[in-house]
Design a protein around this ligand. Structure first.
Ligand SMILES: C[S@@+](CC[C@H](N)C(=O)[O-])C[C@H]1O[C@@H](n2cnc3c(N)ncnc32)[C@H](O)[C@@H]1O
Length: 302
């Protein structure tokens, strides 16, 4: 994890809104750094106050299907998704810049003997709203948490659906190159094969002249392997994602200085990732208790 940065200190600095006003969208954040602002409250009215076409990336993990509503005994069911959540996504589409993406981390629960279909319904619903469905990334958890599974195995995957506003969505695979899996010996051996070529261009894997074994650094795949979040959880949030997850998408889909938004911000994992990558960020979270850990997390960088 990146070391804590001085910018992450509790500093009430200049706003980054287009208007240049010290309050984003006319509303006062509960907490602010030089790069970002956290709003505590229902995300929908706050989203409405964000200027249109001002967000470069939205990444979020809304409450899981069937999860108890925080504090009020209700559950986040399909109707909540079909109603409130689609109102949120419809507003978000307006707030995205034309090159922006919306990454939705989601996993339907199992119901009886079946996997819930809400994760797939969401894709169709968002397309009906006008989003383009760009990609389905898989977050694979090497050691998923134990539980009672009856006839099912431990659930080790979640979806991260990437949607965009236009086909011209921005994309920076060069920000998140990974070491190639080939060792040097294997690469040398493959270079000698007649049908291989020496690459001369970018390490993107897309060039015409390339060694089949790949360069030293290659584009990541759509399988993101990350352990679930094990870091301290003082507010006992039931469903945090690891900072590495927003970190991956922020690198892939934005440049430094651009703006990332998480409407269901929880304990602020998206803000921690954005801050360490020098992106601007906006978070909303309805629970003041969950949101309260963000200043400490920004100080420690985790
Ligand atoms: C799955 S959690 C997100 C966790 C977050 N990614 C993290 O790593 O901490 C979903 C969050 O949405 C929040 N939430 C639910 N309804 C909301 C609303 N109307 N506006 C803002 N936040 C809401 C919940 O309190 C919960 O913390």
């Amino acid at each position: 994890m990146t070391a804590p940065r001085s910018k992450a200190k509790l500093a009430y600095a200049n706003s980054f809104s287009r208007s240049g006003k010290p309050e984003f969208g006319g509303l006062k954040p509960a907490f602010r750094t030089e790069l970002g602002a956290l709003f505590v409250g229902d995300c929908l009215p706050i989203i409405r106050s964000i200027p249109d076409e001002s967000l470069d990336l939205i990444i979020t993990s809304p409450p899981y299907d069937g999860q108890p509503k925080y504090g009020d005994g209700e559950r986040y069911d399909r109707l909540w998704y079909k109603g409130f959540f689609l109102d949120v996504t419809s507003e978000l589409l307006k707030k995205l810049k034309p090159h922006g993406s919306f990454v939705l981390n989601y996993r339907s629960k199992r119901h009886g003997g079946e996997r819930g279909l809400l994760q797939y319904e969401l894709v169709f619903w968002l397309r009906e709203q006008g989003y383009l469905f760009c990609e389905d990334f898989i977050w694979g958890k090497p050691s998923p948490p134990p539980g009672r599974f009856n006839r099912f195995l431990k659930d080790a995957v979640e979806y991260c659906f990437q949607f965009a506003k236009t086909p011209g969505w921005q994309f920076f695979p060069e920000h998140c190159l990974k070491p190639a899996r080939w060792d040097a010996k294997d690469r040398e051996r493959r270079k000698r094969l007649a049908h291989n070529y020496i690459r001369v261009n970018e390490p993107s894997g897309q060039g015409r002249k390339r060694v089949q074994a790949g360069p030293d650094l290659v584009r990541p795949s759509t399988l993101i392997q990350l352990e679930p979040e094990f870091s301290p959880n003082p507010t006992l949030h039931p469903a945090r994602f690891p900072v590495g997850l927003p970190r991956f998408f922020i690198q892939l889909l934005t440049s430094p200085g651009q703006t990332v938004f998480d409407p269901f911000g929880g304990t602020g994992s998206t803000a921690v990732a954005a801050e360490s990558l020098e992106r601007r960020w906006v978070l909303t979270e309805i629970s003041a208790q969950y949101a309260s850990v963000l200043p400490d997390r920004l100080q420690t960088g985790r």
